[in-house]
Design a protein around this ligand. Sequence first.
Ligand code: AMP
Ligand code: GLY
Length: 436
Amino acid sequence: MANRGLTVLVVGSGGREHALAWALSRSPSVARILVAPGNAGTAAIAENLPLPATDIPGLVAAARELAVDLTVVGPEEPLARGLVDAMDRAGLLAFGPTAAAARIEASKAWAKEVMQAAGVPTAQARIVTTYEDALRVLEHARFPVVIKASGLAAGKGAVIVQDRAEAESVLRWMLVERGLGAAADQILIEEYLVGREASFLVLTDGTTVVPLQPARDYKRLGDGDTGPNTGGMGAYAPVPEVTPALQERILGEIVVPTLAEMRRRGIVYRGVLYVGLMLTPDGPKVLEFNCRFGDPETQVILPLLDGDLAALLEAAARGKLHEVTRPRWRPAVAVTVVVASEGYPGTYRTGIRIEGLDGLPDDILVFHAGTRREDSRIVTAGGRVLAITAVAPTFVVARQRAYAAVERIRFPGMIYRRDIALAEVATPTAPSTGSA
Ligand code: AMP
Ligand code: GLY
């Protein structure tokens, strides 16, 4: 542990960043936490800096002036734009992949190529750049297929299509009308995988890998997985079906070969590698990689961590992850329910006063996502507004506590899913917490 505590800068403004700041505030090695730009929740436990997450020169200057020891980057965009590279050049330590390594998320075409070269199980895909080539690929397609923009598209880039007519209209939108701009310069036409999804996140310095508890998020807006895709309407961890044996398999078949293939290409991946999996009858297959912590997965993973998050992130950033002891996990489960604004993921109003935040039970974690302070009030400032997390010995109790808290929170137009972790309520006790 450092003699003088660390000053840590968290970059981002969502529920994930509030959860990171909260977990860092419990790290014995941390003395001061800054968040740029943060939200009303982070302001209560850290110091917000009025800098957008993509202001790379501004963030580097702030880190230097404020003698930041470690910068932890939340969202993908600053990573893909080279924030960690810029920090490196300035001699500042940052947790997260370089721009070259962040391509694993920023270019699905490149990620697919890396996986194919490494023999990693994933959906078969063809990569095309023109509408005419796409039509030729469709001639041999067995529907449904998944059409994906290669670039960053804020959750709008993957569409499952049931027949040729639907496929043509999505392809026209992406490749001819350019509805997603440069994100759809390359398109993947991908085999549709069947199974249950899981999010498996690891900390890595490029060689050593520390798995986190497996999580599951709920991407669709409505109960029973209906309605449009969102950033995530809730999550739980761990996922009992991702057993320690399955985790070993994911590490051996997916994580280790992917990192090795990147090293072979001269890229050392440091940060969190988020593996989005489909658990198919043929085994786990990669749906996507993300180059960062998941949101809202982070809001259920970090509350289960029994250890010093800052020490882990610092060691990963320094390439010395082998020197730290593996984290332990609380023998418990976590459920988070996202409270959103009516209209999300489309347009919604903001500036609406949120009531009921005071006086919630002490064991409830309220992570702010889109909020801001107006005088003495907390008001909505985004589509996803809050993530309410409960940690308990069983999913039954965690759900009860999380939903009891959600029901005490009120604002006009507040929406949330009622079925987060419902599929797990048959689980009688906390599942095994061993994670390799
Ligand atoms: P992605 O942007 O790649 O994470 O895709 C968003 C969502 O689309 C995933 O979470 C899945 O629910 C779904 N999806 C993506 N690729 C496939 C696939 N090959 N087969 C089935 N569903 C998929
Ligand atoms: N929860 C999905 C993501 O963070 O990409």
